[in-house]
Design a protein around this ligand. Structure first.
Ligand code: SAH
Ligand code: SF4
Ligand code: F3S
Length: 491
C-alpha cells in the first residue's frame, strides 16, 4: 500500500475516535449504546463492502442490529444493476421516513452503486430530504470521517467521487459469517457490456496486490475462516494492471497453499477471458470448489455482439465442453438476460438451446432493464412486454428442467457439506453447502455450524436436497455431538 493510503488509514482511525466520543455522549444520555442497522442490496461485492462499513460502526461503538425499527443509524448499501433494485430502495425510504418521525435522532445514510448516479442524487435531494448522509462506491474508506461529519451536523452530507485509483487496505471488518468470507481481489470493470451500468458506477478495473490478498486470507484463516470467495466483476482479468502482472490462475495457486484454508470459490468469470491455465489449476486443486459461475447472458450471436460480450455461442459451448471434460464433476451456473433490445423469440430459442446443451446446474434469469447512460438503453428496438414475458417463462422452464436433471444425478451420493446455518423452517435441521454450491438440509446440532460433515443426499427437491449426516463409510451417524467433534473429520 502506498504511503498516501497508509496516511489515509491513520486519518480515518482518528475519525473513528471522534465517533466514539459521540457514542459515549449517546450512552450517557440514553443509558445504552446506539444501534446501527446495515441493509445490503445487490451482489457479493456489496455484501463485502457492508462488512467493512459494519466494521467501522462497531469500532465506533455501535451495536449492530438487523431490525431497522430499533436502530439509531440506518445505512442502505444500494444496487442499481436493474431498476427494481432502485425501486426497492425508494420504497423502503418511505418507511424509514415514518420511523424518523417517531424518532427524530435517527440518522439515515445511503451508499453503494445507486449513489453513483447523478439523477438519483438529484431525486434524493429533492424528494427525500430526511436523508442525512450519501456517499458512493469509491470513497467507502472515508466512512468514519463521513459518519463523524453526519453525527455533528443537521445538514445532508453528500460526498460522491467520480472515480478513484485508491485501494486503502486493512480497514476494520465485521464479518457476517465466522467461517466463510468474501475477499475482494479487484474492483471495477472495463468490459462495458452494452446493457450494464456496473463499469459506470464501480469505475475502471483495479487489482489488489497478491501479497495484500494473501495476507488478508491468512488472517481470516487465523480467525476461523475455512472458505473464501474471491470477488471481482471479471476475476479472469485479475492482475493485468499490476506493476508485476500476475494471472488469476497464478493467484489461485498461491491461495491454495494457505494452510488451514479448505475451500476456495470465486466470482465472476467472464467467458472471453477464461484461460486454459485456469482450467488446469482448477483441475489439480483440492481446495477450489467444483463450481463455476460463467455468465452466458444470451445464446444468439447477433445479440451477444450487440451486448458487446465478445464471444459467440459456439465459443461458449466449446468452452463449457472443455471445462466439463477437464473437471467432470463441476457444476456450471450462469446468468441470462431476456428482452435485450432487438431480441426476437428465435433469439431466445438460441439461449434455450445453450441451456439444454450445457445443462446448467442453475441460472439466474433476468428481464432486461434499461439503465440510463448505457448504450443499450439508447437503442430503439426495445422489446414489447408481452413478447418479453413469453420468452422469459420459456427460458425459466428450460433452466428448471436442466437444473432438476443435474441435481437428480447426485441422488444417494455421499458428499462433504459445510454447515452454514440453522434451517429457518425447522430448528432441528441445519443447512449445509456442498462444494458444487448446492444446499442440503439435514438433522444436526447447531454447534456444527462452520464445520465440515459428510452427508448422504437422500431426497432431491429440485434445486436442493434433504439428507442425513453419515461417516466416511456412508454409515448414518448416531454418535452424540461431543464424540463427533472429537472426530478429526469434523475439524
Ligand atoms: N460481472 C458479472 C455480472 C455483474 S451483474 C459478469 O459479467 O458476469 C450480474 C448480472 O446482472 C449480469 O450477469 C447480468 O445477467 C445481469 N444484468 C446486468 N445488467 C442488467 C440489465 N441492465 N438488465 C438485466 N440484467 C442485467
Ligand atoms: Fe457488467 Fe459486463 Fe462488467 Fe459484468 S463484465 S460487470 S456484465 S460490464
Ligand atoms: Fe449491484 Fe453494484 Fe453489485 S450495481 S450487482 S451492487 S456492483
Amino acid at each position: 500500500m502506498s504511503n498516501e493510503n497508509i496516511l489515509e488509514r491513520e486519518r480515518q482511525k482518528e475519525y473513528i475516535e471522534k465517533c466514539r466520543d459521540f457514542v459515549s455522549a449517546f450512552q450517557t444520555a440514553h443509558g445504552r449504546f446506539p444501534k446501527a442497522c446495515v441493509v445490503t442490496f445487490g451482489c457479493q461485492m456489496n455484501a463485502r463492502d457492508s462488512e467493512k462499513l459494519s466494521g467501522i460502526l462497531v469500532q465506533a461503538g455501535y451495536t449492530l442490529t438487523d431490525a431497522e425499527e430499533e436502530a439509531d443509524f440506518v445505512l442502505y448499501n444500494t444496487c442499481t444493476v436493474r431498476d427494481n433494485a432502485n425501486q426497492r430502495v425508494y420504497g423502503r425510504l418511505g418507511y424509514l421516513n415514518s420511523l424518523k418521525k417517531k424518532k427524530p435522532h435517527l440518522k439515515i445514510a445511503l451508499c453503494g452503486c445507486m449513489m453513483q448516479e447523478q439523477s438519483v442524487i438529484e431525486k434524493i435531494r429533492k424528494s427525500y430530504r430526511f436523508v442525512d448522509l450519501i456517499f458512493g462506491t469509491h470513497n467507502i474508506f472515508q466512512f468514519a470521517e463521513l459518519l463523524s461529519r453526519t453525527l455533528s451536523s443537521e445538514e445532508m452530507v453528500v460526498e460522491i467521487w467520480e472515480g478513484t485509483d485508491r485501494i486503502v487496505e486493512n480497514l476494520p471488518v465485521k464479518r457476517k459469517y465466522s467461517y466463510k468470507s468474501g475477499v475482494n481481489i479487484m474492483f471495477g470493470c472495463n468490459n462495458f457490456c452494452s446493457y450494464c451500468i456496473v463499469p459506470y458506477v464501480r469505475g475502471r478495473e483495479r487489482s489488489r496486490e497478491p501479497k495484500d490478498i494473501l495476507r488478508e486470507i491468512e488472517a481470516l484463516v487465523e480467525d476461523g475462516v475455512s472458505e473464501v470467495m474471491l470477488l471481482g466483476q471479471n476475476v479472469n482479468s485479475y492482475g493485468k494492471n499490476l506493476e508485476n502482472s500476475v494471472s488469476f490462475a497464478e493467484l489461485l495457486k498461491e491461495v491454495e497453499k494457505i494452510e488451514g484454508l479448505r475451500r476456495i470459490r470465486f466470482m465472476t468469470s467472464h467467458p472471453k477471458d477464461l484461460s486454459d491455465e485456469l482450467i488446469e489449476v482448477m483441475q489439480r486443486s483440492t481446495k477450489i470448489c467444483r463450481h463455476l459461475h460463467l455468465p452466458l447472458q444470451a445464446g444468439s450471436d447477433r445479440i451477444l455482439e450487440a451486448m458487446n460480450r465478445r464471444y459467440t455461442k459456439a465459443q461458449y459451448l466449446a468452452l463449457a465442453d472443455k471445462i466439463k471434460h477437464a473437471i467432470p464433476d463441476i457444476a456450471i451456473t450462469t446468468d441470462l438476460i431476456v428482452g435485450f433490445p432487438g431480441e426476437t423469440p428465435e433469439d431466445v430459442e438460441e439461449t434455450i438451446d445453450v441451456v439444454r446443451k450445457v445443462q446448467f446446474d442453475n441460472a439466474f434469469t433476468f428481464i432486461y432493464s434499461p439503465r440510463t447512460g448505457t448504450p443499450a438503453a439508447a437503442m430503439e428496438n426495445q422489446v414489447p412486454e408481452d413478447i418479453l414475458h413469453e420468452g422469459f417463462d420459456k427460458l425459466l422452464a428450460a433452466v428448471q428442467e436442466t437444473a432438476k436433471a443435474r441435481a437428480a444425478l447426485l441422488q444417494g451420493r455421499v458428499m462433504e457439506a459445510l454447515v452454514e446455518e440453522v434451517n429457518d423452517q425447522d430448528p432441528a435441521f441445519v443447512t449445509g453447502r456442498l462444494g458444487n454450491n448446492m444446499l442440503v438440509h439435514f438433522k444436526a446440532d447447531r454447534r456444527l455450524i462452520g464445520k465440515y460433515v459428510m452427508v448422504v443426499l437422500d431426497t432431491c427437491h429440485g434445486f436442493y436436497y434433504t439428507g442425513r449426516m453419515v461417516d466416511w463409510m456412508g454409515q448414518t451417524k448416531h454418535t452424540r455431538l461431543g464424540k463427533m467433534v472429537d472426530n478429526q473429520w469434523l475439524n
